[in-house]
Ligand binder design. Structure first.
Ligand SMILES: *[C@@H]1O[C@H](CO)[C@@H](O)[C@H](O)[C@H]1NC(C)=O
Ligand SMILES: *[C@@H]1O[C@H](CO)[C@@H](O)[C@H](O)[C@H]1NC(C)=O
Ligand SMILES: *[C@@H]1O[C@H](CO)[C@@H](O)[C@H](O)[C@H]1NC(C)=O
Ligand SMILES: *[C@@H]1O[C@H](CO)[C@@H](O)[C@H](O)[C@H]1NC(C)=O
Ligand SMILES: *[C@@H]1O[C@H](CO)[C@@H](O)[C@H](O)[C@H]1NC(C)=O
Ligand SMILES: *[C@@H]1O[C@H](CO)[C@@H](O)[C@H](O)[C@H]1NC(C)=O
Ligand SMILES: *[C@@H]1O[C@H](CO)[C@@H](O)[C@H](O)[C@H]1NC(C)=O
Ligand SMILES: *[C@@H]1O[C@H](CO)[C@@H](O)[C@H](O)[C@H]1NC(C)=O
Ligand SMILES: *[C@@H]1O[C@H](CO)[C@@H](O)[C@H](O)[C@H]1NC(C)=O
Ligand SMILES: *[C@@H]1O[C@H](CO)[C@@H](O)[C@H](O)[C@H]1NC(C)=O
Ligand SMILES: *[C@@H]1O[C@H](CO)[C@@H](O)[C@H](O)[C@H]1NC(C)=O
Ligand SMILES: *[C@@H]1O[C@H](CO)[C@@H](O)[C@H](O)[C@H]1NC(C)=O
Length: 441
């Protein structure tokens, strides 16, 4: 196939063929469909070739066309490489192929369609990733993490990575994953996973970070069905600024504490200037319980992992119609155990501030904070948290409950009734799921 060849530009004009055009340090990629009467042809070989030619000290340009991506890609170990995405990358919906070929990323049973990394790398251009996710939302309906359902792109082993002005339309699973990276900036990012057939878009996280540090994410808009941005284990110094999160699960630390042999350390994270709309959660911390459980509501087993969550700030949040605006749970997936396991968690949480929260809760509850009895949480503070239920703002009664005041549940917070600033008025239960589905009694 011509796409496999390196074609000099002059020849190319003559052939008017599909290609990677290599001019000096620049590689321009054009889709095969241009020379196949618009018929979709796999462009993966051209993309891989462009990175082989221009992945070190070069520039890879996806011209303003639609590229068909039918195979997994591994473009790691790039160096001083600028990637410019002008057009759209459109992933195939060959579910059996992806389920058996997606590249394992080392966390849980997750895998990815594109493994991408290197040193001094940029990805910019205003173009988009289209995961053709509807196929996945329908195929994996009512299920959770599905082994092989691919993360659109995983930034792996990247140092000094700059990603700007990229859209993720209908991601197959998580839109992005940042793992084993240092010094990552991701700005002006748009993610939209919306199902058109009534199925949910579970697991379409905007981004997850793991074993990475010094990350700045700003100007994000995410409409999805799960975490907006989630800091998973060993995330240090993540700073999220200016994000709008619609329909998902808000800003998250976790879940962590899943594996007894792999402790999780999550420190120095700041989420600020965030709007959360019609979502399950606003700002929350979720850990696994301290005892191992083989089957969970998450479709995955775990628990018993130890570690530390420290110095986390959620600041300047405006929530609109959010099921549970503020939550700390230490047994997020143990509902199915039906017993008290929250108090066993081996994850130690400390120094967490929720500051300047305004807006509306969907039910009569603003916050539920349950720390493990084996390790009460010191340094948890509320500063200027003012949330009102939607019904109360409309002057309507709160149905099916005798509690007509906004509920703030606390359990095992050090100084919860003195200096914490939390207006605790109820005990936080130890069997809370990810969000309530009715007013609390
Ligand atoms: C190749 O790049 C050089 C500058 O680096 C430019 O002058 C030249 O026009 C380019 N050639 C083509 C065919 O685009
Ligand atoms: C890339 O550029 C660096 C710095 O200019 C240089 O040291 C290195 O040899 C170059 N690598 C290649 C493969 O050209
Ligand atoms: C990805 O490619 C690199 C070479 O650049 C190789 O070392 C690595 O094993 C590959 N990873 C996977 C998961 O295929
Ligand atoms: C790609 O072309 C379309 C028109 O076909 C234009 O609207 C869009 O802005 C272009 N994108 C980029 C990144 O140049
Ligand atoms: C990355 O960029 C820094 C700063 O410009 C430079 O010192 C370093 O050599 C670059 N790394 C590589 C692998 O080229
Ligand atoms: C990670 O990147 C470094 C360059 O910074 C490279 O030397 C190393 O081989 C990479 N590791 C893997 C597993 O790809
Ligand atoms: C971090 O990455 C940015 C590119 O996003 C680069 O400009 C900066 O020099 C890097 N910082 C360090 C300390 O290398
Ligand atoms: C996401 O996509 C849906 C369907 O196309 C659209 O209705 C919605 O407005 C989009 N959300 C955002 C935030 O752009
Ligand atoms: C965020 O968006 C605003 C408005 O477009 C822009 O002025 C600002 O530079 C952006 N911030 C970043 C970090 O890109
Ligand atoms: C926040 O980000 C949005 C894009 O998501 C942008 O339109 C807006 O201007 C940004 N606001 C600021 C203050 O940078
Ligand atoms: C976190 O990092 C520590 C070492 O600092 C390591 O022992 C542990 O396995 C890592 N945890 C995960 C979940 O990768
Ligand atoms: C807490 O984290 C912030 C970054 O969010 C950092 O600036 C600050 O120094 C950290 N404080 C402590 C006491 O570690």
């Amino acid at each position: 196939m011509l796409g496999q060849l390196l074609i000099p530009f002059a020849t190319l004009l003559a052939l008017a063929s599909s290609y990677v055009v290599n001019n000096g340090t620049k590689c321009y990629i054009y889709p095969e469909s241009l020379t196949h009467f618009g018929q979709p042809v796999d462009d993966t070989p051209s993309v891989v070739q462009a990175f082989e030619l221009c992945g070190t000290n070069g520039t890879v340009i996806f011209t303003n066309h639609t590229f068909h991506i039918d195979q997994v890609m591994n473009t790691t170990n790039l160096a001083n490489c600028d990637v410019e995405i002008q057009g759209e990358l459109l992933w195939s919906t060959n579910v059996p192929y992806w389920l058996s070929h997606s590249i394992n990323v080392g966390l849980q049973n997750q895998s990815t369609a594109w493994l991408f990394g290197g040193t001094n790398v940029t990805m910019t251009g205003g173009g988009s990733f289209n995961g053709n996710g509807q196929t996945w939302y329908t195929e994996n309906r009512n299920n959770s993490n599905q082994p092989g359902r691919p993360i659109s792109i995983t930034f792996f082993n990247a140092t000094n990575l700059f990603v700007d002005s990229i859209s993720f339309i209908q991601p197959q699973f998580w839109a992005t994953f940042v793992t084993y990276c240092t010094n990552v900036t991701m700005t002006n990012i748009y993610v939209n996973a919306t199902s058109n057939d009534g199925s949910l878009t579970d697991n379409t996280d905007g981004s997850d970070t793991w074993n990475s540090r010094d990350i700045y994410m700003a100007n994000w808009t995410v409409q999805n069905g799960d975490d907006c941005i989630a800091a998973k284990g060993n995330t240090t110094n993540l700073h999220v600024k200016n994000a709008t999160c619609i329909g998902g699960a808000g800003m998250t630390i976790g879940s962590v504490g899943q594996y007894p042999t792999m402790p999780d350390y999550n420190e120095d994270t700041l989420f600020e200037d965030v709007r959360v709309i019609d979502s399950y959660d606003g700002g929350y911390i979720k850990t696994w319980q301290g005892v191992y459980q083989s089957a969970t509501g998450n479709g995955d087993g775990g628990g018993g992992g130890s570690g530390i969550i420290r110095n986390i700030t959620f600041r300047n949040f405006h929530v609109t119609n959010v099921d549970l605006p503020i939550q700390i749970s230490q047994c997020i997936y143990s509902e199915t155990l039906g017993a008290d396991t929250c108090d066993t968690s081996k994850m130690n949480i400390s120094d967490v501030t929720f500051e300047n929260f305004t807006g509306t809760s969907k039910y009569n509850i603003a916050a539920s904070l349950h720390c493990a009895d084996v390790h009460h949480c010191p340094g948890v503070y509320f500063k200027n948290v003012n949330i009102t239920s939607v019904n109360a703002t409309l002057g309507l009664p709160l149905y099916n409950t005798t509690l007509q005041e906004e509920v703030y549940q606390c359990a095992n917070i050090v100084n919860q009734n003195t200096t914490s600033g939390i207006p605790c008025n109820h005990w936080a239960p130890d069997n809370y799921g990810q969000a309530p589905s009715a007013n609390v009694q």
